[in-house]
Design a protein around this ligand. Structure first.
Ligand code: PCA
Length: 136
């Protein structure tokens, strides 16, 4: 199984959570051990975490334990193989009970993002995201 930390539209209550069949893998709330910049960026107002440790705030999100198929599906949803897509890196995560672990997390490089609308935030709670199916 693979530990995955999600901070954006894969969280419970957001549009990609159901598309990725996340619910059975939920392992609890968690946050990054160190700060990362979490912003709302790009033409579709996507939540984006930049791989710039030490900038912004500790980021709140959710931890999941997914199988190989699940990780493949998440990579597909996050465009890991597509130009301008997310990169998957391992970061240090702290659960609410204080337990720490390394988990996969989807990030981008600042240079791959055309426009930053808002941020940095300690947690993502924006409603402007445009799902893939609604993009022109
Ligand atoms: N999905 C991934 C990265 C950004 C997004 O919208 C997540 O929720 O962590």
């Amino acid at each position: 199984m693979h530990a995955v930390f999600v901070y954006g539209t894969l969280k419970r209550g957001f549009v990609n959570h159901d598309a990725a069949w996340m619910t059975p893998w939920f392992a609890g709330p968690a946050r990054s051990v160190i700060a990362y910049p979490l912003v709302v960026a790009g033409p579709w107002y996507s939540p984006v975490l930049f791989d710039e440790p030490g900038i912004g705030s500790r980021v709140s999100g959710e931890l999941y334990e997914v199988d190989d198929t699940g990780l493949d599906r998440l990579d597909e949803i996050e465009g890991v193989a597509r130009p301008g897509g997310y990169h998957r890196i391992a970061i240090e995560i702290e659960r609410d009970d204080g337990e720490r672990c390394r988990a996969w997390c989807y990030v981008k490089r600042r240079a791959d993002v055309a426009v930053i609308h808002d941020g940095p935030f300690a947690s993502y709670d924006d409603t402007r995201y445009v799902p893939r199916a609604q993009r022109g």
